[in-house]
Design a protein around this ligand. Structure first.
Ligand code: DAH
Length: 342
């Protein structure tokens, strides 16, 4: 009898180990522990044994039953865990052979150009700062040398808020905060969204992007300005570009300039894009006005600096050949699709 019980146990445990799913395991349970199961039958047979043998063998059968139940429970847990792992694996498996989805989305041209310019300036030691979209009148105007009576205020048709603040009309609005934050020496760029109450046309939008830059240190001159702008623009357009400065007026710089680049389409020979001049106007800039430095807490006797206000929207349009500024804010996915395919 003992051998019989032992062989049932071995057989049963083997089958438990071999079960590959819950259904098979259930079958094993029924086959051995069910009403007509092999071990149940043996237990019934125990009743026929002699009075001495009965408790002894009965105890063995019960112990084997408990052991088998435990093994079944363990196997059940193991199978459940295995199943869960399989599901997880399937959920996270990355199949490189599945073709790219059609509408996967892409970065906006302005974001692409902004990041590119940021990387270039970062590699030249500039910090990238963030500005606010709602600004104080002081930061947007006064601190960049445009007091309330200054005619230059008329050049920017401003959105005023009820509390007297403004939607930033220019990234120059962050100059004061950044001057106060770093003092001198300082090398920083600060991209941002700007707002003006413009009449809309192909080159005017109420919402557009600029990227402002400043460098302040001892002995900063126009030569530094030209060097950094030329290096950056040549990288953006992946061509060795020439730059030239023409006089321009902005209250926060003295002298102030309009920076042109040699036309990247015709190389300066003259074409439709550059209106046959060989040059394209790109970015106003200049030597920071001493008043702006002073209001930023920087000693204007000891330090000087340059500043520029790059039109990011304009740069993106030039880089991607977009002819209507309004397309950039239109949410028209066809614009993004073309960029992606470029
Ligand atoms: N803030 C000017 C604008 O939006 C652009 C500008 C001009 C920025 C000259 C500058 C600068 O930093 O030096 O019209």
């Amino acid at each position: 009898m003992k051998e019989k019980i032992e062989s049932i146990k071995t057989e049963c445990i083997n089958l438990i180990n071999q079960s590959i799913n819950q259904a098979e395991l259930d079958n094993v349970r029924v086959q051995y522990l069910g009403k007509k199961g092999e071990l149940t039958v043996v237990l019934k047979e125990v009743g026929l044994l002699s009075a001495e043998e009965r408790p002894l063998i009965g105890k063995i059968v019960n112990e084997v039953r408990e052991e088998i139940e435990l093994k079944i429970e363990e196997k059940k847990n193991a199978l459940e865990k295995e199943e869960m792992m399989k599901q997880l694996e399937n959920a996270y498996r990355f199949d490189f052979t599945i073709p790219e989805k059609e509408n996967i989305g892409s970065l906006h041209p302005i974001t692409i150009v902004q990041r590119e310019v940021e990387e270039i300036f970062k590699s030249m030691g500039f910090n990238v700062e963030e500005g606010y979209e709602v600004e104080t009148e002081y930061n947007n105007f006064e601190a960049v040398n445009v007091p309330s009576y200054h005619p230059a205020r008329d050049m920017q048709d401003t959105f005023w808020l009820d509390n007297g603040q403004v939607l930033k009309t220019q990234t120059s609005a962050s100059q004061n905060r950044i001057l106060k934050k770093y003092g001198s020496p300082l090398k920083a760029i600060f991209p941002g969204r700007c707002f003006r109450n413009e009449d809309l046309d192909a080159s005017h939008e109420n919402t557009f992007f600029q990227l402002e830059g400043m460098m302040v240190d001892e002995n900063i001159s126009v030569a530094n300005l030209i060097y950094f702008m030329k290096t950056m623009l040549s990288e953006v357009f992946k061509k060795d570009l020439n730059v030239r400065l023409r006089p321009g007026y902005f209250p926060f710089v003295e002298p102030g300039f309009e920076l042109d680049i040699s036309c990247m389409y015709c190389g300066g020979k003259g074409c439709r894009v550059c209106k046959h001049s060989g040059w394209i106007e790109l970015c106003p800039c200049g030597i920071i006005h001493p008043n702006v430095l002073k209001m930023g807490g920087v000693d204007s006797e000891k330090y000087s600096g340059f500043a520029f206000g790059l039109g990011l929207s304009r740069l993106a349009m030039m880089k991607y050949g977009i002819t209507d500024l309004r397309l950039l804010n239109s949410g028209d996915l066809r614009v993004l699709k073309q960029i992606k395919n470029n």
